[in-house]
Design a protein around this ligand. Structure first.
Ligand code: NAD
Ligand code: TYD
Length: 365
């Protein structure tokens, strides 16, 4: 059986994807990740074994990618690796162009060289992208469909848009078998605490101010990561080469509502558990105060998109995709995971896991 090359497998969605495929699939996987600040080798380490190899390497290294495809007989690439945080793309766009545009192009070149030179073999390059390529909606606009014009507004979304175009071009020009999914904001276990939901969870536990950008009325369509991973599997199984599928969570909410819900749900957990109150003495709820007191409206993000919403009817009709998680089930699971996995988020935030990487992955790849 051919193997699957998963790029960015040590990041948030990549780890969830690999864990799920180990549970529900039977294929071998090669996880390729350069372990930037957002990639955590420790999330993958317990999974490495007969069905999973980990390689500490860069998607921009075309030679390495070709070597891995040939050596492990990879017939599928699932491409997650990216710089993914909008705020970082505003303070430092260069890395986004380099990884998201050049990096995706490097993978496409390697895939073409391995899969299309000589006798073409069955293959699939699946590109994981974002709804942010479509720009921003007003309150009354219909949700994004696959027909929407690309109007990226941040360096992050512009770099993802460029990568989507390259994937499309490699299909139309060279005949590479590609599919792309454009999904909405994911949340769930293993998300680096710089994105809204895990950042707010960690700040609530520490009793730190919760920075809500502007009026907090920006809307996102929150997608539980497990639903997203299932959608990718469905796309690999049933998606048509050259096609694009939008993946959403049926869960449009303004940021301030998300922050209120997190404050309240964590308050009820802490009020119900003396052990939690002892572990997190700086959390307002541990002293009987309201977590909402931490909310602080701060200067808005430059160019902040007002609303994203996804019409996933094409994925529903052609792939059989519908989200299984509701706001309530997804949020409960996420909060419970962050409360249980304090060691994980502390290690990724304080950078101590870098020592661990150096010890465990020196010279691999
Ligand atoms: P993430 O930032 O958590 O993880 C990205 C991973 O890529 C990290 O492990 C990092 O080490 C790795 N990486 C970065 N540069 C690399 C390079 N040059 N070579 C090899 N590995 C490299 O991101 P995520 O949230 O897991 O997102 C995964 C993909 O999904 C991205 O392509 C992102 O654009 C897309 N996406 C994410 C969301 C979301 O809400 N998280 C929504 C829509 C689309
Ligand atoms: P984020 O998780 O960074 O994802 P994206 O920018 O890709 O949508 O942000 C989600 C929303 O939350 C977005 O509208 C920006 C807002 N936000 C805050 O209000 N405060 C914060 O500290 C962060 C990180 C995000």
């Amino acid at each position: 059986m051919k193997s699957v090359l998963v790029t960015g497998a040590a990041g948030f969605i990549g780890v969830n994807y690999v864990r799920r495929r180990l549970e529900v699939g039977d294929e071998r996987m090669v996880a390729l990740d350069s372990l930037t600040y957002a990639g955590n080798g420790r999330s993958l380490e317990p999974l490495v074994g007969d069905r999973l190899d980990f390689v500490n390497g860069d998607i921009r290294d075309t030679e390495l990618v070709e070597k891995l495809i040939r050596q492990h007989d990879c017939g599928t690439i699932v491409h997650f690796a990216a710089e993914s945080h909008v705020d970082r793309s505003i303070s430092g766009p260069d890395a986004f162009i380099s990884t998201n545009v050049d990096g995706t192009h490097s993978l496409l070149k390697a895939a073409r060289n391995c899969w299309l030179s000589g006798d073409a073999m069955p293959h699939r390059f699946h590109h994981v992208s974002t709804d942010e390529v479509y720009g921003s909606l007003t309150a009354s606009d219909p949700p994004f469909s696959e027909e929407n014009q690309y109007q990226p507004n941040s360096p992050y979304s512009a770099s993802k848009a460029a990568s989507d175009h390259l994937v499309r071009a490699y299909h139309h020009t060279f005949g590479l078998d590609v599919t792309t999914t454009n999904c909405s904001n994911n949340y769930g276990p293993y998300q680096f605490p710089e994105k809204l939901i895990p950042l707010m969870i960690v700040k609530i536990l520490h009793g730190e101010a919760l920075p809500v950008y502007g009026d907090g009325m920006q809307i996102r369509d929150w997608l539980y990561v497990e639903d997203h991973c299932r959608a990718i599997e469905l796309c690999l199984e049933k998606g048509v080469a050259g096609e694009v599928y939008n993946i959403g969570g049926d869960n449009e909410r303004p940021n301030i509502e998300i922050v209120h819900s997190l404050c309240d749900m964590m308050e009820s957990r802490i009020l119900g558990s003396e052990a939690l109150a002892e572990r997190f003495p700086d959390c307002p709820a541990s002293r009987g105060d309201s977590n909402r007191d931490l909310i602080s409206h701060v200067t808005d993000r430059p160019g902040h998109d007002r609303r994203y919403a996804i019409d996933y009817s094409k994925a529903e009709a052609e792939l059989g995709y519908v989200p299984e998680h509701t706001f309530s089930t997804g949020f409960e699971r996420t909060i419970d995971w962050y409360l249980a996995e304090e060691a994980w988020w502390r290690s990724v935030m304080d950078g101590s896991y870098r020592d661990w990487i150096d010890t465990n992955y020196q010279g691999r790849g």
